[in-house]
Write a protein that binds this ligand. Sequence first.
Ligand SMILES: [Zn+2]
Length: 373
Amino acid sequence: MTTIDEFNKIIEIMYDEGYVLVHLSDIAKIVKTADGASQMTFQPIYLPKGKTPFVLSVDDVSYYEYMLNTGFATKLVIGEDGKITCEKAIYEGAANNLKRDENGAPIVQSVEYGAFDVVPLLDAFVEAHPDFSYHGAKGTIALTGYNGVLGYRTSDIAYGAGDPNWPGAYEYLNVNLEADKAEAKRVADAMKAEGWKFASHTWGHMDMSTVVTSSGNELNGKIQGDRFKRDTEWWMREVSPIIGPTDIIIFAFGADIGTWRTYNYFGENEAFMYLKSLGFDYYCNVDSSKHHWVQLSATEGGDGYLRMARRNLDGQLMFKTMVYEKFYTEDQKKQKNILSDLFDPKVVFDRTRPLPVPGVVYPEGADLYSIFN
Ligand SMILES: [Zn+2]
């Protein structure tokens, strides 16, 4: 994650350096060929010289249960001015011990509204800098389903009838389930009108690489067990009706269903063919080891796909970058996933973050605060 302050700085730097928001569908889309077939085809993007198109995506805009009372926003709502804003509710009790009503729902103590997350922050930035957006493009929001969407507890499995096949939590009975679905749809529609798109992030934040098989040490996408299809069906049933049809899947954990080779390189990749049959044409993983990575297949699965690696501009990678820049040699730096080719994390990193950022290796005994010098 990034803090609000970090996000604003990153966007400002990217704008100053000539980056422009586009959608995946601006890069390539499925078009009819002369012989009447259709295939995924790169599209021209018309930008002034010196501009660089980029795709912004944000995962898990669900305001998960675990995030309540920890300083995060709790919901996206339509403000009085018709614009999308954030609701930040404070609940009774501590984050790990919320007080609950007779149905098990957390009890709201107070509510405030404001730009506490990416959507209203970016909307405001593009309003002030319209040339930051190509044809009105904003970001793509990748949603799971197990805690509902956009802060609305819309899942029947977690908040309604339940499902014996869901190994996660049955959260509580949401007595406003149907009203919340309708309200979430209203918000999603308003976001789409503002240039946002939606993607699947799997229903249960599932690591899809673990439910397909490998040949040697390369994933070949043969579906293993029934979790893969069940999760996908749940997403189609619970999330798709709210956000509308989408052709984008942004894998949870960045965990792809194949290697860097095209999906059907080892014969038919079952997982890909299944997702493709449901209308998924754009596939995104995570890879920060290169400036960018895009793969287009014009015909696989019928009319092909576009695949793009994403770079995670989060606290971990910023901290890791500073650690490597401070303590590691040029040679070591070359092999690591760092983001110094994009911006200087020393300028962006929120100094109120506690150090070290978890999950990053650094030299034993190092003076961590020296990374800022
Ligand atoms: Zn995620």
